[in-house]
Design a protein around this ligand. Sequence first.
Ligand code: ADP
Ligand code: ASP
Ligand code: MG
Length: 403
Amino acid sequence: MSLVVQKFGGTSVGDADRIRAVADHVARTRRAGTDVVVVVSAMGKTTDQLVRLAADVSSVRPDREIDMLLSSGERITMSLLCMALAELGVDAMSFTGSQAGMITDTVHTRAKILEVKADRLRAALDAGAVPVVAGFQGVSTDREVTTLGRGGSDTTAVALAAALGADACEIYTDVSGVFTTDPRIVPEARKLARVSYEEMQEMAATGGRVLALRSVEFARNHNVPLHVRSSFTWEPGTWVDKEDPTMEQAVVTAVTHDLSEAKVTVTGVPDRPGLAAKLFRGLADRNVNVDMIVQNVSIHGTTDISFTIPEADLAVSTEVCQGLLPLLEATGVISDDDVARVSLIGVGMKTHPGVTALTFETLADAGINIEMISTSSIRISCLIRAGQAEDAVRALHAAFELA
Ligand code: ADP
Ligand code: ASP
Ligand code: MG
């Protein structure tokens, strides 16, 4: 018998009617002769509400307690869905992340999955039941409840699909697939029939939040085919799988944007070997993930070094730079969180020159100043003012004729 993992995101299970609609779909899949393991997110905006509630209650929020709190959202959905399935005559059984055998490291709020001990799920399947697993959570090697970072239910689903050897992992959401850009910003964005793991990974890493980055990395490493599709229309969506070398590659596949970046500039750094090394070692030692880096041409023997980091790491990055000022003999630190990164992604860039030129011309014509640039073989990213991000996405989407 074939096996699929079906993951339902927050909007897909947002209220009682939605949970019943999902139960109906799971029941149909079973009746068609396919075994199903279900992974659910918290209902609607529950996780956001819990985050706000914690902030209202206290300014001291230990990560362990945040994980206890946030993991409760998915538990609500899993038990309600099992009840809805029971009413349809489908034998179903809910499992927390811990019960489902999702073993993680000990890093609260962004734990990594180390191992999946899926024997309880296998036993449930063998007994003819549908296991319904709470997404986004696991249990650490210290036996503490952990969560996998926002959007982490996608990762739960892919990890289970890999561990159980499922034929596919279906990610049901509120759009009908992966589009050339966020369809909420550009309504004429086009649904892609398929995307390679490599491109999807770049999209997820640069703000295309339809799939969590870790889930795509996991799928790529374990060769799990992903099918991103709508839980409202149930129509076929987008397949994310291995690149097909026989297919003609689009030069640009998608445009993404990310408002969660921040920029830090260290001014007046003497132009001597070893100082950049000290700066970035200091950041690395505090687990800060640096993305773009620009070092200006030195004037009178000093230079400015600018770099981008996730906005969430801005405070710690500024603190590290301030602390290093005497050692670097630099003059100051400027931090700026009013920036956005827009990115163009496409496997075809490897072989087509001219993408960079058209990107810069398009942004220039739209009156958008580029502050920093970074590239990989299949991506170009530009750092711009946050307020111009949506205009930049629209202009680039049109210039590369993605509609
Ligand atoms: P879920 O709760 O189902 O996990 P998410 O909100 O995490 O859903 O992801 C779906 C959302 O991703 C869509 O509503 C859409 O606005 C956004 N999105 C961003 N970029 C894209 C893209 N390129 N294609 C499709 N959706 C995208
Ligand atoms: N409920 C979690 C979140 O909102 C996990 C998820 O939905 O994937 O981030
Ligand atoms: Mg999501």
